[in-house]
Design a protein around this ligand. Structure first.
Ligand code: GTR
Length: 327
């Protein structure tokens, strides 16, 4: 069972107090991930932790709580800002309500390819976004791949936006995916990731959207048997540290942590590529109906108006243009 919100807040308040007594070094750094052990993000963060302890001769260690043990991303982010967690791996979408620049890589059909996404996020646009998190109490360390998200559902093949009319689709807790699903004529239901499987089984929702590895690991495929390869968004994963923790670290420890995060990116990408391919094949082997013959441009056209609605500041526009210029 997942911890209640009250329990999470209690943890959030208790941990900084405990941290006053126990300094980093006396206790391990605490990290959170909503995915289970073995998922590429979890393995990458473990690798990051191993590099840190190697380079500090075990003085700094990372205890990474995987599988959503410490709560959903929205909650663990709050706890990280309070300093109750030191490290957090989340998707970019839950950061949308916190920092408007994070909306940019979350836009539908922005990136033209994996290579375009990686070059943009490894380059100046990525740095601008990571730096923008500091004013919210978070230190942006690195972006990880999250592949492409596509829609899946329990009802039948989706080939055009018209096939989505009236479907209740779970979305991440951000106004952007809410608007994207509305633009397609379906009903968005914001819900935390950990609740989706049960909601699909109970028929509370008809579907959701995600990449292949998440679709597999979350077991959503057992209930939602139609996966339509819309590939409508490539919002990345992001690794952050608490600014409260950061303030207590020496500049050499900060450098070790930053370098370890950067070095965990190619490690993650290797795992990701293998996992994306194997997850897709596993889903085909499990009898999922993979809908490839769909009109992606119709989905793109239907979702286009959300760009203007969410990209409203000069800073966001500059970032969009910079990324578009990197195709
Ligand atoms: C996954 C992502 C998770 C989480 C999840 C979701 O692709 O890796 O961090 O954001 O999607 O849909 O909530």
């Amino acid at each position: 069972m997942r911890p209640s919100r009250r329990a999470l807040i209690t943890t959030a308040l208790a941990a900084p107090l405990a941290a006053c007594v126990q300094e980093i070094g006396e206790r391990p750094l605490r990290g959170a991930d909503s995915h289970p052990a073995g998922y590429p993000t979890v393995e990458a963060v473990n690798h990051f932790g191993a590099l840190i302890s190697q380079r500090t001769n075990g003085r700094l260690r990372l205890q990474n709580y995987a599988g959503g043990q410490l709560g959903e991303e929205k909650d663990t982010l709050e706890i990280t800002v309070f300093g109750g967690l030191d490290i957090n791996r989340v998707n970019l979408a839950p950061l949308n309500p916190i920092e408007p620049l994070t909306l940019v890589p979350s836009l539908p059909f922005l990136f033209q390819s994996t290579d375009h996404m990686r070059r943009s996020l490894d380059g100046a646009p990525g740095r601008t976004i990571l730096n923008s998190l500091e004013r919210h109490g978070l230190i942006g360390l690195a972006f990880y791949d999250s592949g492409e998200r596509s829609f899946y559902n329990t009802r039948g093949p989706i080939r055009t936006p018209a096939d989505m009319r009236g479907l209740k689709l779970r979305v991440q807790t951000s106004n952007l995916p809410i608007a994207m699903v509305q633009a397609l004529g379906a009903s968005p239901i914001p819900m935390s990731y950990g609740e989706v499987f049960q909601a699909l089984v109970q028929g509370v929702i008809d579907g959701a959207e995600n990449n292949w590895p998440s679709y597999q690991d979350s077991r959503h495929f057992e209930v939602a048997r139609f996966y339509s390869v819309t590939r409508h968004v490539m919002a990345p994963e992001v690794l952050v540290a608490s600014a409260r923790t950061w303030a207590k670290l020496s500049s050499s420890d900060r450098e070790i942590i930053r370098d370890a995060a950067t070095e965990s990116v190619p490690f993650m990408r290797r795992l990701w590529e293998a996992r994306e391919t194997s997850a897709r094949q596993a889903m085909i082997d499990a009898g999922v109906e993979v809908v490839e013959d769909l009109d992606r441009s119709a989905f793109q056209a239907a979702m286009a108006p959300v760009w203007d609605r969410f990209i409203t500041s000069p800073a966001q526009t500059a970032l969009v243009n910079q990324i578009r210029g990197m195709v």
